[in-house]
Design a protein around this ligand. Structure first.
Ligand SMILES: Cc1ncc(C[n+]2csc(CCOP(=O)(O)OP(=O)(O)O)c2C)c(N)n1
Ligand SMILES: [Mg+2]
Length: 1005
C-alpha cells in the first residue's frame, strides 16, 4: 500500500520553497535517498526518503511552498508513513571501556621497574625526617614486593583521600628534573653504536662544512650549524631505527624536520648517495638549477621536502592536524590503518609561538597516539636562553601533561646513571631541580672545573660524590639528547604508547662540538663561519678521518660505498623501506563532474533571491551526488556552518568525531540535527582558523602524503582568512596544497552590521601575492559554478599545483541567466555582461566585480535612461588573474622588442571599446588598480578604502562611494574631464544625489 512521504521537523522554517525534485514516479529509492531539495532564504536542505520502496505519486512541483507535515510524495512498500526522522543510532551513552581487573592496578602504561626513591635531605620544612623516611621506606618496600603499578595505585588512593580530607596538595604538573624512563626500564638499541657514532660524525662534519663553504663564497648566503649540531643524535636514531619510508607496501611515517636543521638532512642524503658534493656546494644557491634550499621548502625541492617548517610555530600546528587528518581518513575507510606515525621536530624557543601550543589540547582530546613531538631543548633560541631564570623542560612538561599528553623527558645521558644511583641523599636530584637553564647553559660553555664548583660544589655531599672524577670526567657527563641509548629508549616508548600523543623533551647543547666558536654560547644560532682552528677542533672532537689539508680545504667526507658505515646506513634505510625525506605522489586523479551537474545555475533564478554563498552550498550538495567527487570532498568550517547555511551537511554527511556521538543531540527531532559520527565527513573545527587552515593543508596535500587526492573546501568569514592565517596560506602554497578556500560573507559592504573587524576590503590583495593561488570574486551563481568546476578540473583532474580563493557573499539577490559564450571570460577574469547601446554617442566602459557589479549594472541603466550615456558593462571575476596575464604579456613584449607586440587579455577586451573606464569593487581601489597599466584608456577606480563600520548595505555603499548614485556621478564627472559632456551635468548629479563634497576621504574617517 502506498504511504505518504512528508516534510519532517525542519526547525523554525515555514513555507519553504521546493527547488529541486530528485525522483520521479516509478523510481526505486533506498531509505535516506534524497527526494526533494527545499530552500529557505538562508539555506537549502534535502529531504530524505524515510524508507525504501518505489515512488508512486509526486504531490509537489518546483516552486511549491511546504512546511512540516506537507506531503511530498507517496511510496509503495515503504515501511514508515511519514518522516519523523529516525533518531541517530547511538552508542550507549555510558559505553565505558571494559575495565580489566588487571595486575597493573589501573596503571595504563606499566613501567617494568622503577628506581628507589630517596628521601629529600633534611630541611627546615621537614619537622620529622624520621617519619618522612618511614613513608619513603614503605613505598620502596611496596615497589620491591608488589611492583610499580601497585605502588602507583596506592599513591593514587592516598592522594584521593588527601583531597577528600580537604588538603591542598602541591602542584603535580611536573615530575623531578630527571629522565622519565629509569635506566632499568630502558629498551636497548639493537644498533652497532661504533658504526652509528662514525656515521653521525660524518653527517655532523658535512653539514657544518656545507654551511662554512657557502659562506666562503659569500657571507650573504648564511646558514646555521648550531641547531643541527644539537639535534644530530635525535635525527640519527630516528633514521637508523624508527622512521619507515613510503613504498608500495606502506604509506610511510611523516617527519616534520625543524627548519634550521636542514643542513643535517642534506648531509645524510649525501652519504646515502641521493645528493652529490656539487649539490651540497649549491647550498642556498637556488637561482640556478640544482642548488639546495635554505630550509625545507617543497616548492623549491619538490622531490625531497614534504613540509615547510621554518616559520616557527607552523610545524607543530600543521603536524597535529596532519595526525588528526590521518585518523580521519582511516575512520572514514579511505585508507588502511598501518599504524603510521607523524613525528614533529621542534625548537624549544619555537614553543613560544602561540601556534605551537595552541592545538595541543585537540591532539590530546582526539587521542592522537599517531603523533610524536620531539622538542630539542638546547635551552637557547636566537638571542640567548629560552628560559634563563626557569626551566623550559619543566614548563613544557607542565603544559603537555596538563593537557593529557604522554611526556617523556630525556634530560641526562648514561654517564649520569651511576652518579644518580650512588647518591643516597637525594641531593643530586635536588640540585638538578633547583638549577635554572641559564646555569645549565653556562655549565656547558665553561668546562668541567666550573661544573665541579658551581653545580656539585653547592653541597659538600655532592662534591664528595664526584671527588674521584677528573674535570674531564665531569665534562663528559652528557645530556640525554646526545645519548643514543637514551634517545632510542624514548623513541621506543613513544612508538609503543597508546591512547594519547607523546612529547619527548630532549635536553641538548646548542652548537654541540663547536667548542669555543659556538658550543652553548649566546651567539651560536647565527654562527656560519668557522676558521681553520675551529674546523680542526670539530674534526678532532668527532674523529672525522680527514687530513689537516683536507680540513683546510673544507672537503666533505664520504667513505667508500663498500665501507661498513655506508653499507650499514643504507641497509638500515632499506629495512625501513627507503629514504626520508622524499616527496612523491601516486594519487589517481578525480574526474571532474560533468557540466550538467551545475546546469540549473546557468538559468535565471527569476524573482527568487539568493546569495552566492547559498548558491555555492547548493553546488556542494550537487557535488555530493557525484560518485567520483562525493567521498573526496572535505568540507571544513570553523563554527560558522549556520552562518553559511551549511547546517544541512550535519545530517547528510555527518561531522567527523573520533568517538562517534555519545549523546542525543538537543535538536535530534529536527532534520538538520547536529550529528557527530566516526565516519563523518565535515571537519567542524570549532573556533580555530589556524587549526581549520592546518586541516585544509593536510587534506590539500593528501595526494602526496597519502597518495589520495582529496578536495578540501574551507569556508570562513573572509576577514578571518588570509588576514588571520596568512603565513599558513603561504606555507600551503609552498606545500602545493590543492583545494578551495572560500572567503564567505566577503566584501566591505555586504556584511553590513558587523563592522570594522569583520568587513573585508583586501583579502583579494593578500591572496594575489601567493604565486600559485588563483582568486575570483564572482557575482552570479553561474560564474561561481563555472569557476568551481574549472577549479576541480584543474586541480584534481589535471593535478595542477594551484589552489583557489573564491569570495562568496551573503547578500540575497536574483541571478540572471548566463550570457552566451562567457565561460572563457569568466575563467580569464572578465567578460562583457551587457551592452547599453540604445541612446547616444557617448560611451563609458563600466567594470564591476563581486558585490558591486550590481551597483554598476544599475548605474549603467540610470546613465542610459537619464543621461543618454551608453555603456559596456563588464563583469570582472578576477582582477588578480587579469593582472597576472597583464604582467606576463608586458614582460614578453619588453623582452622581445623585435617581435610583434602581444596584447594582454584586458587590452584585447577593451581596445575597440569607446570611452573611459570606471572600475568598482567592494575592495580597496588597489584591487582594480591592478589592471590600470594594461589599457591606454583613462582609468578611474572606485573602492572601499578605509575602515569598515556597521550600518545598512545602502548606507555603507554610499559612505564608501560605490553605490549606483556615486558611480553615476563619478562617471559623469569623468566624462566631463574627457570633455565628452559638459561639467554642469556632473555638478547637477552631485546636487541631485546630495553628495557631500566636503566629506573627508573615507580612509580619514
Ligand atoms: C615566525 C618566525 N619568527 C622568527 C624566526 C627567526 N628565527 C629563526 S630560528 C629562531 C630561534 C629558534 O630557536 P629554537 O626554536 O630554540 O631553535 P634552535 O635552538 O634549535 O635553533 C628565530 C627567532 C622564524 N624563523 N620564524
Ligand atoms: Mg633552542
Amino acid at each position: 500500500m502506498a504511504q505518504n512521504i512528508s516534510v519532517p521537523d525542519i526547525g523554525d522554517f515555514k513555507d519553504v520553497e521546493v527547488i529541486e525534485i530528485l525522483v520521479k514516479p516509478g523510481d526505486k529509492v533506498n531509505k535516506n535517498d534524497p527526494i526533494v531539495t527545499i530552500e529557505s532564504d538562508k539555506s537549502s536542505i534535502e529531504i530524505p526518503s524515510p524508507s525504501s520502496g518505489e515512488i508512486k505519486d509526486l504531490k509537489i512541483k518546483i516552486g511549491d511552498k511546504v512546511s512540516e507535515g506537507s506531503v511530498l510524495a507517496t511510496i509503495e512498500n515503504g515501511q514508515a508513513a511519514s518522516a519523523p526522522k529516525e533518531k541517530p543510532k547511538k552508542e550507549p551513552a555510558e559505553s565505558k571501556p571494559v575495565i580489566e581487573k588487571s595486575k597493573t592496578n589501573g596503571n595504563l602504561t606499566p613501567v617494568k621497574q622503577v628506581k628507589k626513591i630517596f628521601a629529600e635531605p633534611a630541611s627546615k620544612d621537614d619537622i620529622d625526617p624520621i617519619e618522612t623516611n618511614e613513608w619513603i621506606e614503605s613505598l620502596n618496600s611496596v615497589i620491591d614486593n608488589d611492583g610499580a603499578s601497585r605502588a602507583s595505585y596506592l599513591l593514587n588512593k592516598v592522594i584521593d583521600q588527601a583531597y577528600k580530607s580537604g588538603l591542598v596538595l602541591p602542584d603535580t604538573r611536573t615530575t623531578p628534573y630527571i629522565n622519565t624512563i629509569p635506566p632499568e626500564a630502558e629498551i636497548k638499541s639493537p644498533g652497532d653504536q661504533n658504526i652509528e657514532k662514525k656515521i653521525r660524525a660524518y653527517i655532523r662534519w658535512n653539514a657544518a662544512a656545507m654551511v662554512v663553504k657557502a659562506n666562503k663564497k659569500s657571507s650573504e648566503l648564511g646558514g646555521h650549524i648550531g641547531t643541527f649540531a644539537s639535534a644530530a643524535t635525535l635525527y640519527d636514531v630516528g633514521m637508523n631505527h624508527f622512521w619507515r619510508a613510503k613504498n608500495n607496501k606502506f604509506g610511510g611515517d611523516l617527519i616534520y624536520f625543524q627548519g634550521h636543521s636542514a643542513p643535517g638532512m642534506y648531509a645524510r642524503a649525501f652519504l646515502e648517495g641521493r645528493l652529490s658534493a656539487k649539490q651540497l656546494d649549491g647550498f642556498r644557491q637556488e637561482v640556478n638549477k640544482g642548488g639546495l634550499s635554505s630550509y625545507p621548502h617543497p616548492w623549491l625541492m619538490p622531490n625531497f621536502w614534504q613540509f615547510p617548517t621554518v616559520s616557527m610555530g607552523l610545524g607543530p600546528i600543521m603536524g597535529i592536524y596532519q595526525a588528526r587528518f590521518l585518523k580521519y581518513l582511516i575512520n572514514r575507510g579511505l585508507i588502511k590503518d598501518e599504524r603510521r606515525k607523524i613525528w614533529v621536530f621542534l625548537g624549544d624557543g619555537e614553543m613560544d609561538e602561540p601556534e605551537s601550543l595552541g592545538a595541543i589540547g585537540l591532539a590530546a582530546r582526539e587521542k592522537l597516539d599517531n603523533l610524536i613531538f620531539v622538542i630539542n631543548c638546547n635551552l637557547q633560541r636566537l638571542d640567548g636562553p629560552v628560559r634563563g631564570n626557569g626551566k623550559i623542560i619543566q614548563e613544557l612538561e607542565g603544559s603537555f601533561r596538563g593537557t593529557g599528553w604522554n611526556v617523556i623527558k630525556v634530560i641526562w645521558g648514561s654517564y649520569w646513571d651511576q652518579l644518580l644511583a650512588k647518591d643516597k641523599t637525594g641531593l643530586l636530584v635536588k640540585r638538578m631541580n633547583e638549577c635554572v637553564d641559564g646555569e645549565y647553559q653556562a655549565f656547558k660553555a665553561k668546562g668541567g672545573s666550573y661544573v665541579r664548583e658551581k653545580f656539585f660544589g653547592k653541597y659538600p655531599e655532592l662534591k664528595e660524590l664526584i671527588s674521584s672524577m677528573t674535570d674531564k670526567d665531569i665534562w663528559k657527563l652528557n645530556r640525554g639528547g646526545h645519548d643514543p641509548h637514551k634517545v632510542y629508549a624514548a623513541y621506543h616508548a613513544a612508538m609503543q604508547h597508546k591512547g594519547s600523543p607523546t612529547v619527548i623533551l630532549a635536553k641538548t647543547i646548542k652548537g654541540y662540538g663547536m667548542g669555543k666558536s659556538g658550543e652553548s654560547i649566546n651567539t651560536t644560532h647565527s654562527t656560519k663561519k668557522l676558521d681553520e682552528k675551529d674546523l680542526l677542533y670539530y674534526r678532532d672532537r668527532f674523529g672525522v678521518p680527514l687530513t689537516d689539508e683536507q680540513v683546510k680545504n673544507i672537503e666533505y667526507y664520504k667513505p667508500s660505498e663498500n665501507s661498513e658505515e655506508i653499507k650499514y646506513l643504507k641497509d638500515k634505510r632499506l629495512k625501513l623501506g627507503g629514504f626520508i625525506p622524499e616527496r612523491s605522489s601516486f594519487a589517481k586523479q578525480i574526474k571532474a563532474p560533468s557540466k550538467d551537474i551545475f546546469e540549473t545555475f546557468m538559468k535565471s533564478t527569476g524573482k527568487k533571491e539568493m546569495s552566492t554563498t547559498m548558491a555555492l552550498v547548493r553546488m556542494l550538495t550537487s557535488l555530493l551526488r557525484d560518485k567520483n567527487v562525493s567521498p573526496r570532498l572535505v568540507p571544513i568550517i570553523p563554527d560558522e556552518a549556520r552562518t553559511f547555511g551549511m547546517e544541512g551537511f550535519f545530517q547528510k554527511i555527518g561531522i567527523y568525531a573520533h568517538e562517534g556521538q555519545k549523546y542525543e543531540p538537543v535538536d535530534s527531532e529536527q532534520l538538520s540535527s547536529y550529528r557527530e559520527d566516526i565516519k563523518g565527513q565535515v571537519l567542524e573545527e570549532g573556533l580555530t582558523e589556524a587549526g581549520a587552515m592546518s586541516s585544509w593543508i593536510a587534506a590539500g596535500t593528501s595526494y602526496t602524503n597519502h597518495d589520495l587526492e582529496m578536495i578540501p573546501i574551507y569556508v570562513f568569514y573572509s576577514m578571518f582568512g588570509f588576514q588571520r592565517v596568512g603565513d599558513l596560506a603561504w606555507a600551503a602554497g609552498d606545500s602545493q596544497a590543492r583545494g578551495f578556500l572560500i572567503g564567505a560573507t566577503a566584501g566591505k559592504t555586504t556584511l553590513a552590521g558587523e563592522g570594522l573587524q569583520h568587513q573585508d576590503g583586501h583579502s583579494h590583495l593578500l591572496s594575489s601575492n601567493i604565486p600559485n593561488c588563483v582568486s575570483y570574486d564572482p557575482t552570479f551563481a553561474y560564474e561561481m559554478a563555472i569557476i568551481l568546476r574549472d577549479g576541480i578540473k584543474r586541480m584534481h583532474e589535471k593535478k595542477e599545483n594551484i589552489f583557489y580563493y573564491i569570495t562568496a557573499m551573503n547578500e540575497n539577490y536574483s541571478h540572471p541567466e548566463k550570457p552566451k559564450n562567457c565561460e572563457n571570460g569568466i575563467i580569464k577574469g572578465m567578460y562583457l555582461f551587457r551592452e547599453n547601446n540604445n541612446k547616444g554617442k557617448i560611451k563609458v566602459q563600466l567594470l564591476g566585480s563581486g558585490a558591486i557589479l550590481r551597483e554598476i549594472i544599475s548605474a549603467a541603466e540610470i546613465l542610459s535612461k537619464e543621461y543618454g550615456v551608453d555603456s559596456d558593462v563588464w563583469s570582472v571575476t578576477s582582477f588578480n588573474e587579469l593582472r597576472k596575464d597583464g604582467m606576463e604579456t608586458e614582460r614578453w613584449n619588453l623582452l622581445n622588442p623585435n617581435e610583434k607586440r602581444k596584447k594582454s587579455y584586458v587590452e584585447k577586451c577593451l581596445e575597440k571599446r569607446d570611452g573611459p573606464i570606471i572600475a568598482a569593487s567592494d575592495y580597496t581601489r588597489s584591487f582594480s588598480d591592478q589592471i590600470r597599466p594594461y589599457t591606454d584608456k583613462k582609468f578611474y577606480s572606485l573602492g572601499t578604502d578605509g575602515y569598515g563600520r556597521s550600518d545598512t548595505r545602502k548606507n555603507l555603499r554610499k559612505f564608501f562611494e560605490v553605490d549606483k548614485e556615486h558611480i553615476v556621478t563619478y562617471t559623469l564627472s569623468a566624462l566631463a574631464k574627457e570633455q565628452l559632456i559638459a561639467t554642469k551635468e556632473a555638478e547637477k548629479a552631485i546636487k541631485k544625489y546630495k553628495i557631500d563634497k566636503r566629506k573627508s576621504f573615507p580612509t580619514k574617517l
